[in-house]
Design a protein around this ligand. Structure first.
Ligand SMILES: [Zn+2]
Ligand SMILES: [Zn+2]
Ligand SMILES: [Zn+2]
Length: 276
């Protein structure tokens, strides 16, 4: 399995859209891995995870085409993870793609409401034939047309929404995509027990500061990694990635890398690919 990180920032991006703080100034000056767009990933160039407003930028920057993608998993309705208006560009006359598959959007009730609201603004004659929505529930696996078994699990994030993290399994590999979430609810731990995760992607919004109840920082990442190993759902071959960084965490990419040298965490950056 392969995951490509298309965007690795929190909601505001880094440098943040309107921000002039020191961390944003440094990121602008240094460039490179310090330029972080809103969160999105693609698995095996087949399954998209989240649809942020930076999707178009990601497609341009990576030289990708996403017309053949059949599945997009949405973690929650926050605007840095789901910008449903972009979906309107999938129908005629905005996209000419004869024979393209239906794109199915998977998400919770709040994501579905945002999706339906966007669809009501649709003036394309072909859009509804191009798109579908499937509501998913924690602990209820779905099998994608591409063969991935996807299990939505409860996140610990916005309290007014059933935010999800996802477990993707195929060909003996297992990816745990843990964004956005603080320390995972016990029901999620109960499900993870008995799995052997090949790659974990931890929320590290706060970088050095702990949070645990909405996002994570490095102290929470360290605790979660230790518990995964203790519970037997991660082992010596498990890759641990930290991702979804906020400018309020202040550290530049290389400084985060220095911080986690002992922890064995891979620090995500935009465009990073990990095979596992
Ligand atoms: Zn986010
Ligand atoms: Zn800033
Ligand atoms: Zn969020």
């Amino acid at each position: 399995m392969e995951i490509k990180y298309l965007g690795t920032a929190a909601a505001e991006g880094w440098p943040a859209v309107f921000c002039t703080c020191e961390a944003c100034k440094r990121a602008r000056a240094l460039g490179g891995k310090n330029i972080r767009t809103r969160s999105q990933a693609i698995v095996d160039n087949t399954v998209l995870i989240d649809l942020p407003p930076d999707t178009y930028l990601h497609v341009l920057r990576e030289g990708m085409t996403i017309d053949a993608v059949e599945s997009v998993l949405i973690t929650h309705s926050h605007q840095d993870h789901f910008y449903p208006m972009e979906l309107l560009m999938r129908g005629e006359p905005y996209a000419h793609q004869p024979g393209a598959p239906v794109l199915t959007v998977y998400g919770n009730d709040k994501v579905e409401a945002a999706y339906r609201m966007a669809m009501e603004m649709n003036d394309s004659p072909t859009l509804h034939a191009q798109l579908d929505f499937k509501r998913v529930m924690p602990l209820e696996p779905v099998t994608l047309p591409s063969g991935y078994v996807v299990t939505p699990l409860a996140a610990n994030h916005a309290k007014d929404e059933n935010c999800l993290v996802y477990l993707l399994e195929k060909d003996g590999k297992c990816l745990f995509y843990g964004h956005d979430s603080g320390s995972y609810p016990e029901e999620t731990w109960d499900y993870l027990r008995g799995k052997m995760i090949s790659l974990v992607s931890f929320d590290c919004t706060n970088v050095e500061a702990p949070d645990g109840n909405y996002h994570m920082g490095l102290p929470d990442n360290r605790n979660a990694k230790a518990r995964m190993i203790r519970e037997g759902c991660a082992g010596e071959n498990t890759v641990f990635v930290i991702n979804h960084f906020s400018h309020n965490g202040k550290l530049m990419h290389e400084e985060i890398v220095d911080c986690v040298r002992e922890d064995g965490f891979v620090v995500a950056y935009d465009g990073m690919t990990v095979e596992f």
